[in-house]
Design a protein around this ligand. Structure first.
Ligand code: ATP
Ligand code: MG
Length: 496
């Protein structure tokens, strides 16, 4: 409908009140429309249907939950009473439960239709959930009769300004006629990621709404259903271009600041590449130790838990523990054995936004990659995170593990899978081992820094009670690399 100014009126939507789902639906379900919610057994349809009702009535609406299956109300109530959105006080005054199994058996679709009309009017319901549409379909004497039933439901919905949800199984037919008739279709499904099974929600259609397409992660807990919109779809293209970078942030290491041309540009992303144990986490902790209450930081750790990180930082003389105690740094620990990518990103970004963080440290990309399952997805998620960080002027460091033996033998990029990852990093810092006469030396070099003049030489560094200490000049590193070459080692040296 057009307003006098010729602008298109926004659609009237009713929020689901389910975290993340309203983001996907860009506000909520179409008011006075019909939405099909389909899914395999145990996918969470009944929980979603109930959660919609409880949220709706908690906001002052009235709802009717109609069960068409033989499942008794007592049983359903028992299940729902385990979930936090359940509120027995609202039943039956605001939320009215009806079992229509018998009516359907005795008087068919016509009887069900009459019952719905009567009850919607009697209770002034603004939301109706019909759980078990398959039973209604089975009791139809013909496909035509079933279509007519859906059609009449539509009329009923718009006449009474009632929003209707039809809960149904996965559906055997590719295109069921009712699918073309209704306003929206949501599907709840399971997907295998490695050996894990993840719950997924897909919004197939929502008339007049540009829903967030694709597969969104979903979770059922004692709090009910929670949906995590695909992170790259939510962040997407920024409306405002990233602010021009004027300032660089100190890494916490004076020599590194100098060789990066003044520190890490604000809003940039640095990839810290190196073999296991070379000191990537330490450098990141040193970076975060610069955080203050006014310019806080967030760490997303996949390997070390908070206690291990504090011990590590303590041994290296960093005042990281103080920063954590003063809430200048927040640690999110996410073991790689569990978790869904979008859920983790959601949790992480929420804290980054809430704290107005200026520094973030993700340790490391390998953890995100394991959880993402596929590299394409990982690259898209990293690109989305970059946009978010640039817009917020957050300076980020990610670690990426390189192959140990290759690094020792002077081939830093061998065995390093950085597809799609290096392209999102504005800055790349390499930390490597060099083996000379059975001794391991550590060297750091800067490969690139966005819009800065860098010193690309290799610098020796040590790790001790004062953290990482980098030699100011390249002489030490040059000596070792020279000795390595003249010792006849087959090692290649990086042309940095
Ligand atoms: N507290 C909880 N924490 C985590 N998962 C839960 C919890 N309570 C229920 N579930 C999960 O919710 C699912 C059941 O959801 P629900 O009954 O809504 O499914 P449904 O799609 O209606 O299934 P059906 O088709 O059999 O009716 C089960 O997979 C169960 O494991
Ligand atoms: Mg069910």
């Amino acid at each position: 409908m057009n307003s006098p100014k010729g602008k298109i009126e926004p659609l009237d939507q009713i929020p689901s009140g389910i975290p993340g789902l309203d983001t996907i639906l860009r506000g909520g379900f179409l008011r006075a429309g019909i939405t099909i919610i389909q899914g395999v057994p145990g996918a969470g349809k009944t929980i979603l249907g109930n959660q919609l009702c409880y949220n709706h009535v908690a906001n002052g609406g009235k709802a009717i939950y109609v069960t068409l299956l033989a499942e008794s109300h007592a049983r359903m109530m028992l299940h729902m009473s385990q979930l936090s959105f359940f509120n027995a006080d609202l039943v039956p005054e605001r939320l009215y439960l009806i079992s229509a199994f018998r009516v359907l058996e005795e008087s068919g679709l016509k009887g069900l239709q009459d019952l719905l009309r009567r009850e919607i009017q009697k209770h002034g319901a603004t939301v109706v959930v019909l759980d078990g549409l398959v039973a209604a379909e089975e009791s139809a004497t013909s496909a035509r009769e079933f279509k007519k039933f859906i059609h009449e439901l539509q009329t009923q919905a718009s006449l009474t300004d009632c929003t209707i949800f039809l809960l149904t199984g996965a559906g055997s037919r590719p295109v069921a006629p009712e699918h073309t008739m209704v306003d929206g279709i949501l599907e709840l499904k399971s997907e295998n990621v490695g050996r894990r099974t993840e719950r997924v929600l897909v919004a197939h259609k929502m008339r007049g709404v540009d829903v967030l397409r694709g597969h969104h992660a979903m979770r059922i807990t004692a709090g009910g259903m929670e949906v995590f919109p695909r992170i790259e779809a939510v962040i997407g293209d920024p409306d405002t271009p990233p602010a021009h970078v004027t300032r660089a942030l100190s890494s916490g290491l004076p020599v590194l600041d100098r060789i990066t041309g003044g520190g890490f540009p604000q809003g940039s992303t640095t990839l810290l590449v190196g073999a296991v144990g070379v000191g990537k986490t330490t450098l990141g902790l040193q970076f975060l130790s610069q955080c203050t209450a006014d310019a806080p930081g967030v760490m997303l750790s996949f390997y070390d838990g908070p206690a291990a990180l504090l011990t590590k930082a303590g041994n290296l003389g960093l005042n990281f523990a103080d920063a954590v105690a003063q809430h200048a740094v927040e640690i999110i620990w996410q073991p790689i054995t569990e978790g869904q990518l979008d859920e983790i990103c959601d949790r992480f970004l929420r804290i980054v936004r809430l704290k107005k963080a200026k520094r973030v440290f993700i340790d490391g990309i390998g953890g995100l990659s394991r959880i993402a399952g596929d590299q394409d997805r990982l690259a898209r998620v990293l690109a989305a995170l970059n946009i978010e960080f640039q817009l917020r002027g957050v300076t980020a460091i990610y670690t990426a593990e390189s192959d140990l033996s290759a690094a020792i033998h002077g081939k830093p990029f061998d065995g390093l899978s950085l597809q799609g990852v290096s392209s999102v990093a504005h800055n790349i810092v390499l930390m490597r081992y060099v083996e000379l006469r059975s001794e391991l030396h550590r060297m750091i070099s800067v490969l690139k820094v966005r819009s800065a003049r860098i010193d690309s030489g290799l610098h020796l560094y040590t790790m001790g009670p004062k953290g990482i200490e980098i030699e100011d000049d390249t002489a030490g590193a040059a000596r070792i690399l020279h000795a390595l070459e003249s010792s006849g080692s087959s090692a290649r040296v990086l042309d940095a």
